[in-house]
Design a protein around this ligand. Structure first.
Ligand code: NAD
Ligand code: GLY
Length: 360
């Protein structure tokens, strides 16, 4: 097992990456203020892993409240969030009752938001079971639900007490979900680590084949990069915004098509090609690098062209996104592979040119 750390002073926490960790309740017990915890999961993950995690904790004397949500991005909303609160109230849970998120980014984001607001803040633990959640969403404390018009519009920064990433759980992940997770893996190389991007070019087939050594390396490297960025800028005042590379476009795709139509990682795949194209139009990134990025995303089985909306519709959707600031559009641009920066007041004509070239 590898142990990393997110250095946030008194709110610092470990990230454990390894095999068989769902059964390793000893990692969780020291984090629980009382011998009771709620495990929040969904209808797909519950039959696979809920009993194992519950049994491991129960054997060490922890009473478990299981909370099973409907599966899907389209359920990342108030109604489903309220199901968590209903269950916590029905079982007379307290502020000291920890909430354990067992699942992908949807379960993790919703459970984190529930933990942030349940009795003004309950202990929260992430047990991510998708590649996307292990490399990105479980780390850093962004929690949220969607608004019908905007992705992750309602939420809180609320850090977990630990992230426990069991690589074995990736064995049951559908291929489409594995590929979606690779979008965020590639993002980490693009914004921060050219050597890692090059490693991905050499190892993308091994990742698609679920080679355990390659998967462990990718999860650990992404967690290292994300932990470093979050420690520098927990609340996205500056450098953390780089993690949103491709997301202004990607979130517009998700909201415009209706949440759950394209997977988050798929939207980010096409969104990163758009963001690379925009970087080139703004004079930052060479055309050879744009093609290199597109090629790797294609090899990862991700979309590299956005869906057909009118440019005005894209711009309207993007103006709702959280990355808009003072009414102007802000984008994360690549200066080269491995280095990104923030650009404000990008002319809408340039964005429109990118949209015309990279969608439909
Ligand atoms: P997801 O949570 O919907 O999970 C994908 C699918 O895989 C679901 O159907 C789920 O039930 C299933 N699944 C999960 N684990 C499984 C397993 N081990 N075996 C079989 N099936 C399994 O999607 P995701 O890609 O994990 O997360 C996407 C979400 O994460 C989006 O809502 C996105 O906004 C959010 N996100 C958040 C952050 C953050 O910093 N908080 C970062 C990136 C993405
Ligand atoms: N996924 C963006 C962030 O965590 O900041």
């Amino acid at each position: 097992m590898r142990t990393l750390s997110v250095a946030l002073g008194e709110r610092s926490y470990p990230i454990f990456v390894g095999q068989g960790l769902v059964d390793n309740a000893a990692l969780i017990i020291p984090l629980l203020p009382q011998k009771r915890a709620a495990i929040v999961t969904n209808t797909t993950i519950a039959p696979l892993y809920l009993e194992r995690l519950s049994d491991a904790l129960t054997k060490l004397g922890v009473a478990i409240v299981p909370i099973v949500l409907p599966d899907g991005e389209e359920h990342k909303n108030w109604q489903t969030l309220n199901c968590i609160f209903d269950a916590l109230i029905d079982h007379r849970c307290e502020r000291r009752t920890a909430l354990i998120a067992l699942g992908g980014g949807v379960v993790g984001d919703m459970t984190g938001f529930a933990a942030a607001t349940w009795q003004r803040g309950a202990p929260f633990i992430q047990v991510p079971t998708t590649l996307l959640a292990q490399v990105d969403s479980s780390v850093g404390g962004k929690t949220a639900i969607n608004h019908p018009q905007g992705k992750n519009m309602i939420g809180a920064f609320y850090q977990p007490r630990a992230v426990i990433a069991d690589l074995d759980t990736l064995g049951t992940l559908p291929d489409r979900e594995l590929k979606a997770g690779l979008a965020e893996v590639i993002k980490h190389g693009l914004i921060r680590d050219a050597d890692f991007f090059q490693w991905l070019e050499g190892n993308i087939d091994a990742l698609l084949a679920r080679d355990p050594v390659a998967l462990e390396y990718a999860v650990v490297r992404c967690c290292e990069i994300k932990a470093e960025i979050v420690a520098l800028d927990e609340r996205e005042e500056h450098v953390r915004a780089l993690l949103n590379f491709g997301h202004t476009f990607g979130h517009a795709i998700e909201a415009g098509l209706g949440f759950g139509t394209w997977l988050h990682g798929e939207a980010i795949g096409a969104g990163m090609v758009m963001a690379a194209d925009l970087s080139h139009r703004l004079g930052a990134l060479g055309s050879t690098d744009v093609s290199r990025i597109e090629r790797l995303l294609l090899r990862a089985g991700l979309p590299v062209i956005g869906p057909t909306f009118a440019s005005d519709r894209y711009l309207e959707l993007m103006s709702v996104d959280k990355k808009a600031r003072d009414g102007g559009l802000r984008f994360i641009v690549l200066d080269q592979i491995g280095a990104a920066s923030i650009r404000s007041n990008v002319p809408s004509t340039t964005v429109t040119s990118t949209l015309k070239a990279r969608s439909g």
